[in-house]
Design a protein around this ligand. Structure first.
Ligand code: ARG
Length: 249
């Protein structure tokens, strides 16, 4: 009798561990790591300790379609392209503009939305009243962004002083403290900053139209896979729905 009980118990043990293993194997999805800089509302930002926003939700939808689990790695904006080209992250999504210079290091997927660069200034006594005034101004930008590249290329030689910050929010803080005359940054994050800070406004003078896309390591199969998923998500209205959830004007 004891022997039989022992046998049955042993059999049960083998079964349960087999079942556990199997279910473990089934449930274990492969991860895709997304490199971003999560201080860029409404594209990526923290809500508590969770990263939310347009990019986070579109990335989640893409990963769902492709059968991957999304893992978001937050880092400095100017580290994203290197993280992706070196394989540390699988793709970069960060309200990132497609540029020829970046294309030398990474590939870009199809674009999922567009943006412009805008100028934020103090509401009162602004030194910068139009794009032209940037020539001689002190300008805050986020390091390594197209705002940085644009004003550096165009205005640094003519006497503008460029102050480069790791976060857009730090550039805006410098503006509210009178340490810079203007901040050049993407239009939607600019709106979020103006909403969150007293006494600053966006100049009615947008410039530099840009396309946002996802960057992937050069010649990776992932580019086609993401483009396939993205097309379906555009066609069925998911991308628009996600964007409209965060941008409603
Ligand atoms: N669109 C600009 C660029 O590509 C700024 C992006 C900044 N993104 C961010 N998540 N901080 O350079």
């Amino acid at each position: 009798m004891k022997k039989i009980i022992a046998l049955v118990l042993a059999a049960m043990l083998v079964c349960t561990s087999a079942v556990m293993l199997a279910s473990c194997g089934d449930g274990e999805k492969k991860e895709l790591h997304m490199a971003t800089n999560a201080f860029f509302e409404p594209y990526e930002y923290y809500e508590g300790d969770k990263i939310v926003g347009i990019d986070a939700e579109i990335a989640e939808a893409i990963c769902d379609k492709l059968g991957y689990e999304l893992v978001i790695d937050d880092m400095d904006f100017d580290s994203i392209v290197t993280a992706v080209s070196s394989g540390k992250a699988d793709f970069g999504m960060a309200g990132m503009t497609v540029t020829d210079e970046r294309k030398e290091s990474v590939d870009f997927t199809d674009s999922y939305t567009t943006a412009t660069q805008v100028i934020i200034v103090p509401e009162k006594d602004a030194k910068v009243k139009s794009v032209n005034d940037l020539k001689k101004a002190s300008i805050g930008v986020q390091l390594g962004t197209t705002g940085d590249i644009y004003v550096s290329d165009k205005y640094e030689k003519s006497g503008a002083k460029i102050e480069r910050f790791n976060k857009g929010a730090d550039a805006v803080l410098a503006l509210t403290q009178g340490k810079v005359d203007a901040v050049v940054i993407d239009n939607e994050p600019a709106k979020a900053f103006v909403d969150q800070n007293e006494g600053i406004e966006i100049l009615d003078d947008p410039f530099a139209d840009e396309d946002y896309a996802i960057c992937v390591a050069k010649d990776s199969e992932l580019t086609d896979q993401i483009n396939g998923a993205l097309k379906e998500l555009k066609d069925d209205g998911t991308v628009k729905k996600i964007i409209d959830k965060y941008i409603n004007d």
